[in-house]
Design a protein around this ligand. Sequence first.
Ligand code: C5P
Length: 407
Amino acid sequence: MTLAGKRILLVVGGGIAAYKVLELIRLLRKDGAGVAAVLTASAQHFVTPLSVQALTESRVYTDLFSLTDENEMGHIQLSRAADLLVVAPATANLLARMAGGLADDLATTVLLATDKPVLAAPAMNVRMWQHAATRANVSLLASRGVAFVGPDEGPMACNEYGPGRLAEPPAILAAIRSALGPAHVQADRPLAGRHVLVTSGPTHEPIDPVRYIANRSSGRQGHAIAAALAALGARVTLVSGPVAIPDPPGVAVRHVETAEEMLAACTAALPADAAICAAAVADWRVASAAAGKIKKVPGAPPPALTLATNPDILATLSAPGPDRPHLVVGFAAETENLDANASAKRARKGCDWIVANDVSGDVMGGEANEVHLVTGGGIEAWPRLAKEEVARRLAQRVAGHFAGRSA
Ligand code: C5P
């Protein structure tokens, strides 16, 4: 598919990566797209309006209050004349202003006034990307339908390493194509229009304000599944326990601590077409957590903890009812009799599929996973794969399940 006849409004934010938009414009023009550009004031410190104008072969817009702009093409018309708005680089500041609904310059005004799809390509320092404020802004924007491409992980201009680099122009071009093409929507975004709920990470069950009970879980597999589903076009709500990894881009993330909070966040996210419970939920919580830190008294016996059973989120979501997701998938971490235990768990929990993994090796927190997929049709043994690849295959299977059913 080419972008012939498509009109892109490129909103350029002020970041060191802004130079890459010149290459993006070149690729878009080569593909037949018309490109108009809005530069924020800070973007003009990194690329000049003249170079953007030369490459787009059209006017560059910078000023909300320019009468000429308002006469020739008001900001409302500017955003509506486009088929897609692309924000690149989407800086932390620009994302915050978008999330807050600010309209304090031409860039944010067109983004607030538009009724067209918006694709954002974030780029910023790794700590800014991982900051809770940015995480919340990205989740909020994703839940409103903003699509994201990147950021990539790698060395950064600020001499740090991590996620935060602007996606490469060819990757942004591919994301633009899939955001625009209905044919592409079918082929590459088979889960468009579907809502998928994913749980990930451990839960922390407080003993007192400083101590807790938890399972070992990095959240890597669940987060990768959320990202893979979003890549296939699904609207994803990820309910995550405390993890040390960043939120996946393009996913609405609800952060929780305890199993009870996780269940509440899951039921609040319903209805969903599918639910994938990859979280390692603590089976028990302390019946009544101490309000103050439990004192260690020399010579005194250790405190006895009375435990209460936590709700089973997977079983709750699997229970028949009007809000039951069409497809519910659970995980089974087993150290022996993998298939038999997983099949029994599938029946006991009432879910549709079980992804069973042998955790006798280095799966917990590791890079790879070797799983068996247990469905009503039988058991498939998948080879040892990177967690991201397990996620991609599972997302494809979910898409296959919904193929042919109207969204
Ligand atoms: O019973 P077990 O913990 O082995 O089951 C694992 C599966 O059940 C996983 O999918 C896990 O996310 C889910 N689960 C849950 N709520 C619990 C316990 C497990 O959703 N309280």
